[in-house]
Write a protein that binds this ligand. Structure first.
Ligand code: AMP
Ligand code: MG
Length: 340
């Protein structure tokens, strides 16, 4: 019993530490964000890179454990939306943070320029088709937020969306923010938690990363001339991001602005945000009822009776003395005494 309480205490302390760590990254709902003034892409919470490796390992372990529980419980689903400017580190973050998760329970979807078929539908359609099932984690590499970012910065993209005139009037962005908030609220209310992470990169760090992609031949494929064209719209994007963060960081689905100039720090933050979300959901392995348990014990007796000459009745129990859960029939005297 004491051991159990200790473990719960340890988990609580860890949960609190993680919550404190990510608190400065959370965009308070209703706040008026000025990205450049409010969030420093180089912030690193006084951490050193060496400490970071250890933290990321812990994060990866916790994620593996909680994902297994999420899948077993099959009640909640988690949607992780990753947004960033080009070279912000989305791909690397996904690769590092998802290590250790069971691939059966994770789906990653990348959203590019919409296809003709996608443009023939309402703007949330293609994202809705990629939502997680209960028990799963879906990662959106770019997300429905592109609909108020790239689409806003480039009005000609909006022209291709075939909207009726009534849907194109002034106030379209306010309306989209509201629609997105409502959609996320609906998902949350129905057991699908929405986690939103913005990798916040500085203009100078983007320049450095672009140059690296040009300088290293094996990185060339990652670079496109379009990326440099987009960079010219830097200020427009900063404005679009600031407004979007202000309008869509909600109590049910807050934004986290992750400092992205140091990749190692960004990965720790992203992993911490996800661990925090899963700890709050606190998924549990389902337990069976008394009757089902009795049936299991009957089957156990049958299997034990099948033990060949010289073999242990229950090789697993023999190899794991004291392993939980103890079966009533097998409890030792010592165990009984300890429980009194
Ligand atoms: P990448 O993520 O580098 O493969 O690039 C994907 C490209 O698709 C980016 O330039 C995005 O701006 C663009 N994109 C993503 N979603 C949309 C959208 N809804 N409308 C227009 N362009 C988009
Ligand atoms: Mg790109």
């Amino acid at each position: 019993m004491a051991e159990k309480a200790d473990k719960a205490d340890h988990t609580d302390r860890r949960a609190r530490r993680i919550a404190d760590f990510i608190a400065p990254l959370r965009v308070p709902p209703g706040s008026d964000v000025d990205l450049a003034a409010d969030y420093d892409p180089r912030y690193r919470a006084h951490l050193k890179k060496a400490q970071g490796a250890e933290l990321l390992r812990t994060g990866v372990e916790l994620l593996a454990e909680y994902q297994a529980r999420l899948a077993a419980q099959d009640t909640y689903g988690v949607l992780v939306c990753l947004q960033a400017l080009d070279a912000g580190g989305k791909d690397g973050t996904i690769r590092h943070v998802m290590t250790g998760m069971n691939p059966q329970g994770v789906q990653v979807s990348s959203f590019k320029v919409p296809s003709d078929e996608e443009l023939d539908h309402d703007y949330l359609w293609r994202y809705a088709r990629r939502l997680p099932a209960r028990g799963d984690i879906a990662v959106f590499n770019r997300s429905h937020y592109e609909e108020v970012l790239v689409v806003r910065v480039h009005p000609e993209v909006l022209d291709r969306q075939k909207l009726p005139p009534s849907a194109r009037r002034r106030g379209i962005w306010e309306r989209r923010y509201r629609e997105i908030n409502d959609w996320e609220r609906y998902l949350t209310d129905n057991g699908f938690k929405v986690v939103k992470i913005f990798l916040n990169l500085s203009k100078e760090e983007q320049r450095t990363r672009f140059l690296k992609r040009i300088d290293l031949p094996e990185k060339n494929w990652k670079f496109s001339a379009a990326d440099v064209r987009e960079r010219r719209f830097w200020d427009d994007y900063q404005r679009a991001f600031s407004e979007m963060l202000s309008a869509t960081s909600t109590e049910w689905a807050p934004w986290y602005v992750v400092p992205a100039d140091r990749k190692w720090f960004a990965r720790i933050c992203a992993s911490a945000v996800l661990v925090h979300t899963l700890m709050e959901l606190d998924p549990r392995y389902p337990t069976v009822g008394k009757k089902a348990r009795e049936e299991l014990l009957n089957v156990r007796r049958e299997l034990e009776a099948e033990a060949p000459e010289g073999a242990s009745e229950d090789p697993y129990a023999a190899a794991h003395p004291g392993a939980e859960p103890p079966l009533p029939r097998k409890r030792s005297r010592k165990g009984k005494a300890a429980r009194r």
